[in-house]
Design a binder for this molecule. Structure first.
Ligand code: GLU
Length: 278
């Protein structure tokens, strides 16, 4: 090999190494405050939950969580066109936040002590409750007390409703855990499961889409406080998100966002929650 070629290869290798260091170092160290300064935010939402977080066929995003995300982003100083929405499936939310794949998550995300070990939460911005969804013709499942007889019940991996079933009804039902709620709805329609469980508001969104084919049964039996999940220890962003949620409630946008998205599909009254600062 000529000296010239050896030299060129050497310089090439150094250049590659430098670029790799710059990129790796740069993106790992960048905080949400840095992203905001650049006018950009990456926000995790659901892509398959009608009325809450939904990606339309044309690539646009709809739903209550999407509206919450856009409002808080605007209060941080980021315009809608600076937002990149990323799908944040139930079981991957903590990891996506910890790995810095997203700045925060607005995805029917219940605030729990277990999750608080890994991430922080602003909010709550909404309070839901676990419920049951069955086919319209089903008569033997009327509420949580009728979960018996080894019925097949579908929920999602890593979700609080799946955990609730494991803790309280492990012997009564066969729990089928899938990756997202649209897969559970599909299984219910096909008849491969008897009932789907998760938060009432999520089930209402799917029922609304199913034009009378599916129905919610019984009362809610847990309390699910929806928070905005963000990197643990980012007190500055959390305070700003909490302020934004309070402003959204105070100026009427919170109520309006609800009424224009999931609201018509849900029949109970709407009470704004108090933000919990910790
Ligand atoms: N709110 C529940 C949870 O955070 C269920 C909804 C969901 O899986 O997104 O686990």
């Amino acid at each position: 090999m000529s000296i010239n070629r050896t030299l060129r290869l050497g310089i090439g290798a150094i250049a590659v190494a430098l670029v790799a260091t710059a990129c790796g170092g740069g993106s790992e160290a960048a905080t949400t405050a840095d992203h905001v300064r650049d006018g950009k935010l990456t926000i995790g939402i659901k892509f398959d939950q009608p009325g809450l977080g939904f990606r339309e066929a044309d690539g646009s995003y709809q739903g209550y969580d999407v509206e919450i995300a856009k409002y808080v982003a605007s209060k941080l100083g980021v315009r809608p066109d600076g937002i990149t929405f990323k799908e944040a499936p139930t079981a991957q939310r903590e990891k996506m936040i910890m790995d810095g794949e997203v700045d925060f998550v607005v995805a029917t995300y219940s605030i729990t002590d277990e999750r608080k070990q890994k991430v922080d939460f602003a909010g709550p911005y909404f309070v839901a409750g676990q419920a049951l969804l069955v086919k319209n013709e089903t008569t033997d499942i009327t509420g949580v007390e009728s979960l018996n007889g080894n019925k097949k019940l579908c929920s999602v991996k890593g979700s609080t409703p799946a955990q609730y079933v494991k803790d309280h009804h492990a012997k009564d039902v066969q729990l089928v855990e899938l990756d997202n709620y649209s897969q559970c709805i599909e299984a219910l329609r096909r008849g491969s499961v008897d009932v789907v469980t998760t938060d009432d508001i999520i089930l209402a969104g799917f029922a609304g889409q199913a034009s009378g084919e599916l129905k919610l049964v019984g009362n809610t039996f847990t309390t699910e406080k929806y928070g905005i999940g963000l990197k643990k220890g980012d007190q500055e962003t959390r305070t700003k998100l909490n302020d934004a949620i309070e402003q959204m409630i105070a100026d009427g946008s919170w109520q309006k966002a609800f009424e224009q998205t999931i609201g018509p599909l849900r029949d109970s009254t709407l009470t704004p929650p108090a933000v919990e600062r910790y």
